[in-house]
Design a binder for this molecule. Structure first.
Ligand code: GLN
Length: 546
């Protein structure tokens, strides 16, 4: 069994060094936004499932937020918090289901409403001696809020009073008379509640007195110290890099922390973008000073891909499996060489660029019947390697959202182009060459992709697009070129905009732009006589083609 580096091994985790608001998740689709908004306020926040037992928590939050959720508190199998949180003495804010949970805990008077309430509402904060409650401080008396609920409080719980109302919700905001216990029926974390962030600030900073000291500078300093303490004077760390944002930022951080005792490995699978391997190598070694080994395994990958014609899953599996083989062999070599170095010790750690959304995904509350996955499934490094070689995971980005990773990258001096780079799948161009992947097909797709991205950058559109690429369709169409009839393949261009990659819209280029790209591709890429633009949103399409 491997040890999770961040699982209580060191005393320095962020929730122990930063004032932290704990968000308990009841399965709302917005829970992560609560965490996100608090971080935007420079208040550190972490999410745990609502089933978290207080006695198992090794740190004390400054305050607790109970999220919304799809259940009804009065149902037999409805989730409930550990009642011990109400005895902890820290402020608690219940949002929607969270409010109903507080009411349920205080008298059980929650019922199904006669009408559901979805959408906008006008909230009126109540005045007491001319002042609104602390929770609504500096907020206009008429506040636009967003509601999404079917249940309601049957009555005010004992010892509570009303602090805000809407036309349909007499208990839109309640507070305890002498304890810092608050409940609101609306969602302050969504953008449909424009001043919601101020309300969260009132709670976290005004009521919980959390320090607003979650800044990237501070986190980087603490994280460097944490990595050094974790790895020790001689310990060595191994990690794979791809040229993507996460692995580059993680690698640069490791380099800052332990210098050449961090070994980055880049596996060239023959399916990277045009000139990408050289470029990544140049940036990482020359610009960022990272100790990098590049392994050219392109023949191994491209030979093995031969004959996989109609099975995207088989392609992905083959590439994933081969990657592990190559990486593992290299790890053994580096380990052997390292063992002979007097300055350094054994390679004990494996770096992984896991981000907070993966962690959230793995610990979100999935409902009374679903079993909750643990952190241990996050990532995807083969068990075989972890167990076989006894490597322990080190995941310095596991508390960060993507934009925080980018901010860290900027602080560490990583070039803008790399920080804003579109995601690129592990199997690379292999899943953008539909059908069989051959050297010739990869070369065609690569060249077309290069032209497309070059034009997007030239038009200043790159940062507005979430992901763009060219794919090669394995069909032939007729064309006429230089008065000659040709029978050649088709390139499909795809560009999407999305915030979370769960859903996506196509990017609306102007026709001149698309025409320019099409002309260039047909002229410059041998073997292509037509260019199409993919108009499929996600869903029903996926972002990649395979
Ligand atoms: N299920 C509860 C209701 O319908 C809570 C909804 C929510 O938290 N958004 O009232």
């Amino acid at each position: 069994k491997y040890i999770m580096a961040n699982n209580g091994v060191l005393p320095d985790e962020p929730h122990k060094t930063f004032d932290t608001i704990l968000t308990l998740d009841f399965g709302s689709q917005y829970t992560h936004l609560i965490t996100r908004r608090l971080r935007e306020l420079n208040v550190y926040s972490e999410m745990l499932p609502c089933t978290q037992k207080l006695q198992d928590l090794s740190w004390k939050p400054k305050g607790i937020i109970l999220s919304g959720g799809p259940y009804s508190v009065y149902d037999d199998d409805a989730p409930h918090v550990d009642p011990a949180i109400f005895e902890l003495g820290v402020p608690i804010l219940g949002i929607c289901y969270g409010l109903q949970e507080i009411a349920w805990h205080n008298g059980k008077n929650v019922v199904a409403g006669t009408e559901r309430e979805y959408g906008h509402s006008e909230l009126k904060a109540k005045r007491f001696d001319g002042h609104v409650d602390l929770l609504f401080k500096d907020l206009e008396d008429d506040l636009k809020v967003w509601m999404s609920h079917g249940d309601k409080l049957g009555a005010l719980p004992p010892s509570f009073h009303i602090i805000a109302t809407t036309k349909n919700a007499p208990f839109a905001g309640i507070a305890h008379e002498n304890k810092p216990l608050y409940g609101i029926q609306f969602h302050p974390e969504v953008t449909h509640t424009p001043r919601g962030i101020k309300l969260l600030e009132n709670f976290a900073v005004g009521i919980c007195k959390a320090k607003q000291d979650w800044t990237m500078d501070k986190f980087v300093d603490k994280e460097l110290a944490r990595i050094r303490a974790l790895v020790g004077e001689k310990g060595q760390v191994l990690g794979a890099v791809s040229g993507g944002v996460d692995s580059t930022v993680a690698a640069k951080l490791m380099h800052e922390a332990i210098g050449d005792r961090f070994h980055a490995v880049l596996v060239d699978n023959g399916c990277m973008r045009l000139n990408e391997c050289e470029q990544v190598k140049k940036t990482l070694t020359e610009h960022l000073g990272i100790n990098l080994t590049v392994i050219d395994a392109s023949d191994l990958f491209l030979d093995g891909l031969k004959g996989i014609t109609d099975n995207p899953e088989a392609k992905r599996k083959f590439i994933g499996g081969t990657f592990i083989d190559v990486f593992e062999a290299e790890a053994l070599k580096i380990e052997k060489a390292a063992a002979n170095s007097p300055k350094a010790g054994k390679i004990e750690w494996f770096l992984q660029g896991t981000l907070y959304p993966d962690v959230i995904e793995s610990i979100s509350f999935k409902g009374p019947s679903a079993t909750i996955k643990t952190h241990h499934n996050v990532g995807g490094l083969p068990e075989r390697m972890m167990n076989g070689q006894g490597l322990k995971l080190i995941e310095p980005l596991r508390e960060l959202f993507k934009d925080e990773v980018r901010e860290m990258g900027r602080k560490l001096g990583i070039p803008h182009d790399l920080i804003m780079r579109h995601p690129f799948p592990g199997p690379g161009i292999a899943i953008r060459v539909l059908g069989e992947v051959t050297r010739e097909q990869v070369a065609i797709a690569r060249k077309a992709d290069y032209i497309f991205i070059e034009e997007i950058k030239a038009a200043g559109l790159y940062d507005q697009i979430s992901q763009a690429f060219a794919a090669l369709l394995p069909v032939k169409a007729v064309g006429v070129m230089g008065d000659k009839r040709v029978h050649q393949q088709v390139i499909s261009l795809r560009a999407v905009q999305t915030t979370d990659f769960m859903t996506a819209n196509i990017f609306r280029f102007d026709w001149d732009f698309l025409e320019r790209v099409s002309t260039r591709i047909v002229n410059e890429v041998d073997g292509v006589c037509r260019v199409e633009y993919d108009l499929t949103s996600k869903p029903p399409g996926t972002i990649e083609m395979e």
